[in-house]
Design a protein around this ligand. Structure first.
Ligand SMILES: NC(=O)c1ccc[n+]([C@@H]2O[C@H](COP(=O)([O-])OP(=O)(O)OC[C@H]3O[C@@H](n4cnc5c(N)ncnc54)[C@H](O)[C@@H]3O)[C@@H](O)[C@H]2O)c1
Length: 310
């Protein structure tokens, strides 16, 4: 297959590009930042295309020139905090940029897009475990933009025959994660022998997805002939509290000096996070036969092992 990957230079995009190239697919890797790819990545199947999804001419040219079989749409400004810091830019990149991707697909006659959406589209979870039918009431610009893109995808499906499939993933972690995250911060501190106290959040339970599982789901979705739904959870299917994550990391890195304070998890500036929980992955399991390999413990073990191997 020939796949155009937007956001190809990012955490998930680059991991997906490498997996696609490794299995022999042709990949058009589009991003404003392609520094993730070095000489070791050079392969006949990989074409790097510096491009900005907010620039319609850039995206349309890439789409018309390469006419991929499918688009894996990962480009975005990512995260709740980033979206609070620059909401206008988030609307421009995440919504307007996605619209440029859909519009370019329409012009080039490309129909399938796998869009990486998020559990942030739900806002506060109404239960400890939710499935894809849970109401979407996002509370932050990031989640609101993701819902907008999901709906725009449906409009392009109804008006122009596009097939936009939304993979709603949870907090993805693993080697290469560029942002502060609970598991990354804890694992980095533990391996460096640094003390770390996370000031709050001990009892907050979150579904964390190991990067390899996210990538295997993206490939699985790209390989499917048809979909019964347009949204699927891609997650571990389990949730772990921050207290449990601390204990797991301490068991993986003996001597690690990690502690966590009580109360709900807050973002860096003190903003309280809405209720989270586990994402039910039954739909992808039943329809595609995709199952996550990692729960929190085995994912953290894989993460620590990968960092130690470096
Ligand atoms: N990582 C997670 O925990 C997570 C969870 C849920 C959903 N997602 C979604 O998965 C996708 C990938 O996330 P990630 O973790 O790899 O993030 P990332 O920040 O590592 O990668 C995003 C990439 O998009 C690129 N990009 C940003 N603006 C662009 C533009 N205007 N034109 C072209 N490229 C642009 C960036 O340069 C970056 O390489 C995003 O859509 C994100 O919302 C990620």
């Amino acid at each position: 297959m020939k796949i155009l990957v937007t956001g190809a230079g990012g955490f998930l995009g680059a991991a997906a590009v490498r997996a696609l190239v490794a299995r022999g697919d042709q990949v058009i890797a589009l991003d404003t930042q392609l520094g993730a790819f070095g000489p070791d990545d050079a392969a006949p199947g990989l074409t790097l295309v510096p491009g900005d999804i907010t620039d319609m001419a850039n995206v349309a040219q890439a789409m018309v020139t390469h006419r991929p079989d499918a688009v894996l749409h990962c480009a975005a400004i990512v995260g709740v905090l980033s979206s609070l810091g620059s909401p206008i830019n988030v609307v421009r990149v995440n919504v307007e940029g996605s619209l440029n991707v859909f519009e370019s697909m329409r012009l080039a006659g490309v129909t399938r897009c796998i869009h990486i959406s998020s559990e942030e589209t739900y806002g506060a979870f109404q239960a400890d475990r939710i499935d894809e039918t849970h109401p979407q009431n996002p509370v932050m610009p990031y989640g609101i933009c993701k819902v907008a893109v999901e709906h725009l995808g449906r409009t392009y499906r109804d008006l122009h025959g596009l097939e936009v499939i939304n993979l709603r993933t949870s907090w993805v972690y693993g080697p290469g994660l560029p942002r502060n995250r609970i598991p990354k911060n804890l694992v980095d501190a533990a391996l460096a022998g640094r003390e770390l106290h996370v000031p709050w959040g001990a009892d907050t339970a979150i579904d964390h997805t190991y990067v390899d599982d996210a990538v295997s789901a993206m490939l699985c979705a790209l390989d499917r002939d048809a979909f019964a739904h347009d949204a699927y959870h891609v997650a571990s299917g389990t949730s772990a509290t921050v207290r449990e994550i601390v204990e797991i990391v301490k068991s993986l890195v003996p001597g690690a000096k990690l502690t966590v304070g009580d109360g709900p998890l807050r973002f860096n500036d003190g903003l309280v996070m809405v209720r989270k929980g586990a994402l039910d992955v039954t739909r992808a399991g039943k329809e595609w036969g995709w199952h996550p390999k990692h729960d929190m413990r085995s994912g953290l073990a894989a993460y620590v092992a990968a960092l130690r191997a470096r």
